[in-house]
Design a binder for this molecule. Structure first.
Ligand code: AMP
Length: 248
């Protein structure tokens, strides 16, 4: 990657899609689904932290903060993510010109957004949004049982994570241009959310790969209505004859 004075030039920044949403909104699930498509890379800072050796210095810092539902200090987090990306690029698993990196769980506050600005070119922000926070809490509790995640096992820690999201993360949306933000209802089915995300991401990826950018299909012409059948009238003569007959 071309570097000048420690910052990355415009063209060398990673083209990025930010996945936003409260804990439990499905960022990780959707990021993983999308990353099954070549040309997409999913990165989750939560996953990077959990993959650390718990006895390492950073592993201990992570545990200390995450068990309280709090954010790990910004510099540790952004350094960890940048180092991860450096290794991914070095190993040839990310094509700067055409690949898109999905950022899941980062930036989590405005300071992190600033610290990332020299490294990422944000092409879209997908916000998995909902008013139904209780659905998110239930999802997190289920995930805690399945995956044994300490930070999701306790409802008060979950509620704290939700509060941290609301207070720290929502202002980030004001940091980025409004026209880059797309909202998707988070409580749709998994495939429902994915379908909405795919509609948003496809034109971006198609353009990068040189495919003609798909147009919205034009509405089909309405089917012609069959002319209404006229009621069959019985010939007046026969009716008159029958009436005559009955009168005899
Ligand atoms: P997540 O898996 O994204 O819900 O993150 C789990 C925990 O990892 C969080 O509660 C934080 O303690 C820590 N963490 C993950 N991403 C970040 C971040 N961008 N900034 C600070 N802490 C983070």
């Amino acid at each position: 990657m071309t570097q000048c004075c420690g910052c990355q030039s415009q063209s060398a920044r990673y083209k990025a899609i930010l996945l936003f949403g409260a804990p439990g909104s499905g960022k990780g699930t959707q990021g993983k689904i999308l990353a099954a498509i070549p040309g997409f890379l999913h990165t989750s800072t939560g996953d990077l932290f959990r993959a650390l050796d718990p006895s390492s210095d950073l592993g201990k810092v992570f545990r200390e903060y995450s068990t309280r539902g709090e954010l790990v200090p910004d510099s540790f987090t952004i350094d960890l993510w940048k180092e991860h990306m450096r290794k991914v690029v070095e190993s040839g698993r990310f094509e700067l010109a055409t690949d898109l990196v999905l950022l899941d769980g980062v930036p989590r506050n405005v300071n992190q957004a600033r610290l990332l600005a020299d490294a990422i070119d944000v092409v879209k922000i997908i916000c998995l949004d909902t008013d139904k926070l209780d659905v998110m809490v239930e999802r997190l509790k289920k995930r805690a049982q399945k995956e044994g995640r300490a930070d999701d096992a306790d409802e008060s820690v979950i509620r704290n994570r939700m509060d941290v999201y609301r207070t720290n993360t929502t202002p980030i949306l004001d940091f980025y241009p409004k026209d880059k933000i797309a909202k998707v209802e988070a409580t749709l089915s998994m495939i429902g959310v994915f379908t909405e995300i795919a509609k948003i991401v496809r034109p971006i990826k198609d353009a990068l790969d040189g495919y003609p950018v798909a147009q919205e299909p034009s509405p089909r012409p309405a089917a012609k209505k069959a002319p209404a059948k006229k009621p069959v009238k019985k010939p007046a003569k026969k009716v008159a004859k029958r009436a005559k007959g009955r009168g005899r």
